[in-house]
Write a protein that binds this ligand. Structure first.
Ligand code: BDR
Ligand code: CA
Length: 310
């Protein structure tokens, strides 16, 4: 039995590696990829998604463009991390596969209405998913599960002192999604900061000797330079592939069900994930908040799977 997923994403080097991991994994049936504005504007994220499908030899995957800006706030991008294309690093060709007609939000709605047991994998700001839930509330109960990268508690923020990028960019969308009532697993910075792209780990991708291995190593070489400088580590955190790895090998992770709310009122703490890890409120649990990862196991999975791609 394969697991049906939609990947909602703003590629982004780490989004790219997450997409590659999904496309390399026979347990997952990628029904489509929906692009959202985030790391870079929408025109680039949708193009980058198509570049990655072609890199993986999968031009058959439908890619849709979604929201060009957050629900309520101005778009904030992160070229200072990802470069001006969002996928700086390797020299990937311009995609030739088409962008699908229609809006990503409508694709999400139609796909959930016509398929059972679809999991939503959220790798960027949650705008598209929140819009789909607001436009078509009937689809919410049809979602099997949402697995998202975002937020942080023990590590603080990476965009403001308390806010992680995906949640900061569209806190209203995040709050809508976290309150939807369906099972949600969250991969926060507390996990992704354990997954450093050390020189040895990046070398293992290059050693695959394939175009995907080489491109992955170049993506990560570029991606890590900002965080290496910031945190003084060997390599930087690798965020988004944790969403896909959790679907494939949940035993690599440990977390617990807690209540999590998103700050949308205060400009100072905008986008903070107020995670009640210690259960100091009686607010009901709404997320499986993951806190620990077997980072070596995570990289072993990535290398094993990416080796299957051209
Ligand atoms: C998240 O923001 C983006 O920079 C990454 O792609 C990841 O989804 C990390 O905060
Ligand atoms: Ca992302």
């Amino acid at each position: 039995m394969t697991q049906k997923i939609i990947i909602d994403t703003d590629p982004g080097q780490d989004d790219a590696v997450a997409i590659l991991l999904a496309l390399a994994s026979p347990e997952l049936d990628v029904l489509g990829i929906t692009a959202v504005a985030g790391n870079v504007p929408l025109a680039l994220t949708e193009k980058n998604a198509r570049k990655i499908c072609e890199l993986a030899g999968r031009p058959d995957i439908p890619v849709y463009a979604g929201a060009a800006r957050p629900l309520m706030r101005e778009l904030v991008t992160a070229e200072y991390v990802h470069g001006k294309t969002g996928l700086d690093g390797p020299d990937l060709p311009e995609p030739t596969m088409p962008l699908q007609q229609g809006h990503a939000v409508d694709f999400i709605i139609d796909t959930l209405r016509s398929n059972d047991e679809v999991t939503l994998c959220a790798l960027g700001p949650l705008t598209n998913i929140a819009m789909a839930f607001v436009k078509a509330p009937d689809i919410v109960e049809r979602v099997r599960e949402i697995v998202a990268m975002g937020g942080g508690l023990f590590e603080g923020g990476n965009t403001t002192p308390v806010a992680e990028f995906n949640i900061y960019v569209d806190p209203h969308a995040a709050q809508t999604v976290f309150k939807c009532g369906r099972p949600i697993t969250l991969m926060p910075l507390d996990v992704t900061h354990q997954c450093l792209t050390t020189a040895k780990r990046v070398a293992a991708f290059r050693a695959l000797g394939t175009r995907t291995g080489e491109a992955t190593a170049s993506l990560l070489d570029f991606f890590e330079r900002f965080d290496e400088q910031k945190y003084g580590t060997d390599g930087g955190p690798l965020h988004d592939p944790n969403v896909i790895a959790w679907l494939l090998q949940p035993e690599l992770y440990e977390g617990r069900e807690i209540n999590l709310e998103v700050e949308t009122g205060s400009e100072l703490t905008m986008g903070m994930t107020v995670a009640d890890w210690w259960g100091v409120t009686d607010r009901p649990a709404n997320v499986n908040y993951v806190r620990e990862v077997d980072a070596d196991g995570f990289y072993a999975l990535l290398v094993e799977r990416l080796a299957k791609l051209p």
